[in-house]
Design a protein around this ligand. Structure first.
Ligand code: HEM
Length: 495
């Protein structure tokens, strides 16, 4: 009874703090509006999230909300209680990504920590650039990213998969591309022996079984990303970590199982030539705690899963459109370096039209001025700020024109950032490109007759938050026409 006396006082304190924060957000918004920043439509407490739900429901990411402001340098939004600014043109982006500016004034502070960051919170992806050993850790990862090895592993796996397709039913490319990226990344980072190990995994029905480690990791990673994109978890990011729903508890069960599995595995001797070997050796010399090495390796294992899967899907989607037949024929009939250039141009143009994700969010850690073509902005500490890849890419239109990325177009390519730019950009970009190119090249060469059977589906977009399917008929079925879906057996399901 005694304690109950304090309930109204506590409630009063909470609502006072809430009101003060909300008032500060409104003041900050006015501050940026006076400087000429255009704001997207926002609602009290929930910011722009209602409109973003509409986009996600149509397989688009939140970034599509900020495309329609061609005359602006920054578009503003409200996320939680923070102001979020998106740089939407080249000049504004350069002010944020040039090393001098990034290093000094803005640094990582990302809601992704409450999403897939739960798997590996100490990984470099979520840490500030000023974190002890940050540069060395990123270099160690880079040393493990052996270009020749990823080429060999991915070419071998792509060849094996493409030769084994059953032509009697349309291929579920989402599952196929997911299997491919998981197998390639698993072998590349951990080696074939470690890949064979299993881990305890709780599925959507709540049943627990032993499944391959990379499968549990992939499912948990993707599950975390989708869960953190539910409405209220976007409004208040930490809510995604609260064990208040069955799904949150299931994901946390799987996170614990994966972390325990890796804690044991890391005591073993790493497979020769693996990323594991390189990172464990390099970090070991620096005295980096094992838990941080575990998280950096976890990040390396997952960063190329959904990203490469969606790059493969988007590229096949564009290349196999009937009006793009000349690209498919050129790839299928091409040889040597020219074939490689053609595939690379198609992948690059697909990454322009359908970048899998955004750059990762940063926060201003010290007030600073930026000058964008004579327009001056004073950006305040605490403001979230990042380039909007989709807005930058959209300036070049909707048409699929890979010729922009052929070597002969050098100097006039579009300004694109599917891998970010500057010190925080993606260290795995070359690996991602090789993996995507090897699969697309092999698939189109082995199956030049391939035909998309779900062209008529609504809202097809490929990115890390999309549910879009890609169904492809090959062999005699490809010539038959129709949508082919009637003959499609139950699509393979995951645990
Ligand atoms: C097509 C495939 C890929 C795409 C489109 C992609 C895209 C990105 C983007 C946009 C970022 C954020 C950059 C920024 O905030 O400025 C990033 C970061 C990162 N990516 Fe990738 N990525 C891909 C593949 C990979 C692969 C295969 C790996 C590793 C095996 C990888 C490892 C990482 C890591 C570790 C970071 C964090 C870097 C940091 O925080 O400093 N990525 N990626």
């Amino acid at each position: 009874m005694g304690l109950l006396r304090y309930v109204p006082a506590a409630a009063g304190a909470v609502s006072l703090a809430f009101t003060a924060k909300a008032a500060r957000t409104v003041r900050e918004r006015r501050y940026y509006e006076k400087q000429g920043v255009t704001f997207s439509r926002t609602y009290p407490i929930i910011g722009s999230e209602t409109d973003i739900s509409g986009l996600i429901g149509r397989n688009k990411t939140r970034d599509y909300l900020y495309l329609d402001h061609p005359a602006t340098d920054f578009v503003g939004s409200i996320r939680g209680f923070d102001i979020q600014l998106y740089a939407v043109n080249r000049q504004a982006t350069e002010t944020l990504t040039s090393p001098a500016v990034t290093g000094k004034y803005i640094d990582r502070d990302t809601p992704a920590l409450y999403s897939f960051g739960q798997l590996s919170p100490s990984a470099m992806t979520f840490q500030k650039i000023t974190t002890e050993n940050f540069g060395d850790r990123k270099r160690n990862l880079g040393k493990g990213f052996d270009q020749e090895r990823i080429d060999e592993v991915s070419a071998r796996r792509a060849a094996g998969m493409c030769a084994a397709f059953d032509p009697r039913a349309p291929l579920d490319m989402k599952t196929i591309a997911g299997d491919y990226t998981r197998e390639v990344m698993g072998e590349f980072v951990w080696g074939q022996d470690a890949m064979r190990l299993t881990v305890s995994y709780k599925d959507g029905r709540g049943d627990v079984s032993q499944v391959p480690f990379m499968l549990a990791l992939n499912e948990t990673f993707t599950g975390l990303r989708f869960y953190s994109n539910r409405f209220w978890n976007r409004v208040h990011f930490p809510a995604a970590t609260w064990p208040v729903t069955r799904e949150a508890r299931r994901l946390q069960y799987n996170i614990r199982a994966l972390q325990e599995h890796l804690a044991g595995l890391l005591k073993d001797v790493p497979g020769a030539g693996t990323v594991w070997e390189q990172v464990a050796t390099g970090n070991g010399k620096l005295g980096v705690p094992l838990e941080i090495t575990r998280d950096d390796l976890l990040t390396a294992s997952i960063a190329g899963l959904d990203t490469v899967q969606n790059t493969v899907l988007a590229t096949l989607w564009y290349v196999l459109q009937p009006e793009n037949a000349k690209w498919r024929e050129a790839i299928a009939g091409g040889t040597g370096d020219r074939k490689d250039e053609l595939v690379e141009a198609c992948v690059s143009e697909s990454l322009r039209l359908s970048p899998p994700g955004s750059v990762i969010n940063n926060k201003i850690v010290e007030d600073f001025d930026v000058d964008v073509e004579g327009r001056r902005y004073l950006l305040r500490k605490g403001t979230r700020v990042m380039p909007n890849i989709h807005a930058l890419h959209a300036r070049y239109g909707d048409a699929f024109l890979p010729e922009r990325f052929l070597p002969e177009a050098k100097g006039s390519e579009p300004y694109v950032l599917p891998f970010g730019k500057g010190r925080r950009s993606c260290p795995g970009r070359n690996l991602g490109m090789v993996m995507a190119k090897n699969f697309v090249s092999r698939f189109v060469t082995e199956h030049p007759e391939a035909r998309i059977t779900n062209l008529a589906d609504k809202d097809i977009h490929f990115n890390n938050l999309s549910h879009s399917q890609l169904l492809i008929a090959i062999g005699p079925a490809a010539a038959q026409g129709g949508d082919g879906v009637a003959s499609c057996p139950v699509l393979p399901t995951r645990p």
